[in-house]
Design a protein around this ligand. Structure first.
Ligand code: FAD
Length: 268
């Protein structure tokens, strides 16, 4: 297998252009698993050394997180702790110290896993991505990035950074799994309530993390009953049954979380 290590951003973009089939490698916490599962990777482009993409910057209206910021760096950021406590809450129950020290935010998004906890949180925070390629840069709403299981609309591009608008909001976060630590979500639910109403997304409820639009609509209507929550969830989620959990379990836990989120956010 061929391995290239990019020394700076232009170098990385040139390598991606020259080798469109090669896999990017950052913290490698997902790629290491992919490499042991499959034998189809032709080559690797290691972007882990691009320190220019690690910064977390506070602006007047948004926070910009470089794609290569690790979960630990996000947790240590004063700006994130002050303005995005929901992202901190999800980071605190993400994997273990060792994984958090390697795992990047860009990798969590680009991997497009159904169980991507931070991606689910960024969806309700209305994050946008800056993508880069040899042709230039473009912005895309995170909401528009995914096209299926482990499938993104990245077109020989890399994620350079994630921008999160600052807004007054209340939030709810819950993650259910088999263990307290090193826990891949059986279900996680991220909820934000702001002046525009409810935003809800979940991990491990669909082939990729996405907003639950019918549930949002229902909670915004205020006319919420158990039956209506079940109906809205039936339209929004299609959990798989896997060795981690059954479809019925994931559906029941999602129902309980939606009820809990609504009652706690309405009461606060
Ligand atoms: C034991 C264990 C526990 C875990 N626990 C959790 C958990 O609790 N919650 C959770 O959400 N995830 C968890 N994960 C998954 C993983 O740690 C995260 O998804 C992590 O954020 C991936 O980041 P990375 O830098 O390691 O990505 P990598 O493994 O380096 O890359 C992942 C994918 O993203 C692509 N990629 C990486 N960076 C970029 C970029 N900037 N632009 C474009 N493409 C890019 C790579 O080509 C690859 O396809 C766990 C993994 C392990 C092994």
């Amino acid at each position: 297998m061929i391995y290239h290590r990019a020394e700076h951003l232009d170098d990385a973009l040139n390598l991606i252009h020259q080798h469109p089939d090669f896999l990017l490698l950052c913290g490698s916490t997902d790629v290491a698993v992919q490499l042991s599962d499959q034998n189809t990777v032709q080559g690797l482009i290691d972007i882990g050394g691009l320190s220019e993409l690690r910064a977390i910057e506070m602006g007047s209206e948004s926070i910009h997180i470089g794609a290569l910021a690790t979960v630990t760096e996000i947790m240590e950021s004063a700006a994130v702790r002050t303005h995005l406590p929901l992202l901190i809450a999800a980071s605190e129950v993400f994997a273990s110290h060792q994984i958090r020290n390697l795992a990047t935010l860009g990798g969590n998004i680009a991997n497009a896993s159904p169980a991507a906890d931070l991606t689910a949180v960024l969806l309700v925070l209305n994050a946008t991505l800056t993508l880069g390629s040899k042709q230039g840069r473009r912005e895309i709403a995170l909401d528009e990035l995914f096209c299926g299981y482990k499938c993104t609309k990245l077109d020989h591009e890399m994620i350079l950074g994630i921008t999160i608008p600052l807004q007054e909001h209340q939030w709810y976060y819950r993650k259910a799994g088999a263990r307290e630590r090193l826990n891949i979500a059986k279900v996680s639910l991220a909820v934000v309530k702001n002046s525009g109403g409810y935003c809800i997304s979940g991990a491990s409820l669909n082939p990729y993390a996405l907003r639950l639009r019918h549930v949002e609509e229902l909670l915004n209507s205020g006319d919420v009953s158990d039956e209506k929550i079940s109906e809205a969830l039936a339209q929004d989620i299609a959990p798989s049954g896997s060795f981690r959990s059954t479809k019925a379990y994931r559906t029941r836990v999602a129902f309980n979380m939606v009820k809990e989120a609504f009652s706690s956010l309405e009461a606060s």
